[in-house]
Design a protein around this ligand. Structure first.
Ligand SMILES: [Fe+2]
Length: 265
């Protein structure tokens, strides 16, 4: 599985549009600042390290997040139509959680601190599908812990609903969520269904991404050199790719993509 240069650029633009369309004021500005700061890394990171997990390819992260946002809207609509009580949280909170639920996968701030790095072992790539490996230099963290930390690092305040939504998106796959989902008393039950909606949306998106991979089992070797280490600046790269892609010149975009990112596959 591999995204074209045009698709990576389009996905990035779509992600920024989600922020433009759903947030306002200082919160929007801070979100845009964080996403701009993470642009180079985020636009190229995969959503997971192993091909049969989901979206373990360049641009896989943004592709996943966009799908989760779409799924979250549809799951919300379904729960609404089926008569669920959708009170207690806002649409902005839903979109915020979908947008940022996996942002901890970006790793820690600073060059070379991304979570996923290309796996240099051809044997592991070919025989185990381990296209990437988790950066051994980073401190261990659960994804949702780092997601919440990154938001505060960039000065983005979050509501309790958003904090809980990010935490509960993994559902019972994360044992730490058990007390929230399996409460023993009426008083301790979740006060809103945001966590259920988000978990279903994330499951749906990840399953669709797995099925897409399973149909062909095709993979592509990740870049050996991180884009940050190339000589072109991130904005120059994305602007050039965006300009080419907007003209619909697929061949030129792919050549530029190969030239800029060093992917000769
Ligand atoms: Fe996810």
């Amino acid at each position: 599985m591999k995204l074209s240069a045009e698709q990576i650029v389009q996905n990035w633009n779509d992600l920024i549009k989600v922020i433009e369309d759903n947030f306002k004021g200082e919160r929007k500005e801070k979100l845009l600042a964080m996403y701009t700061d993470l642009e180079e890394r985020m636009s190229m990171q995969p959503a997971s390290s192993i091909d049969h997990y989901h979206n373990a390819f360049e641009g896989g992260y943004v592709d996943h997040v966009l799908r989760v946002i779409k799924c979250a809207k549809q799951v919300y609509k379904l729960w609404t139509e089926m008569g669920a009580d959708m009170s207690g949280y806002t649409e902005e909170e839903l979109i915020f959680v979908a947008l940022n639920h996996d942002i901890g996968k970006m790793g820690f701030p600073g060059e070379g601190n991304e979570t996923y790095i290309p796996n240099d072992s051809e044997w592991h790539r070919k025989n185990m599908g381990r296209m990437y490996k988790v950066n051994p230099n980073n401190q261990f963290t659960l994804v949702n812990d780092l997601s919440i930390w990154l938001l505060q690092h960039y000065g983005i305040s979050i509501t309790w609903n958003e904090m809980l939504g990010i935490k509960l998106t993994d559902g019972l796959y994360d044992e730490n969520n058990k007390p929230y989902f399996m409460s023993r008393t009426a008083d301790s039950k979740l006060k809103t269904n945001l966590g259920f909606v988000m978990h279903q949306a994330d499951c749906m998106a990840a399953r669709i991404e797995y099925e897409r991979w399973a149909k062909t089992k095709s993979t592509s070797t990740p870049f050996k050199t991180a884009p940050a280490k190339n000589t072109y600046s991130k904005s120059a790269k994305m602007q050039k790719l965006g300009a080419i892609a907007s003209k619909g010149e697929a061949g030129a975009a792919m050549k530029m993509f190969d030239d800029l990112f060093g992917d000769k596959k």
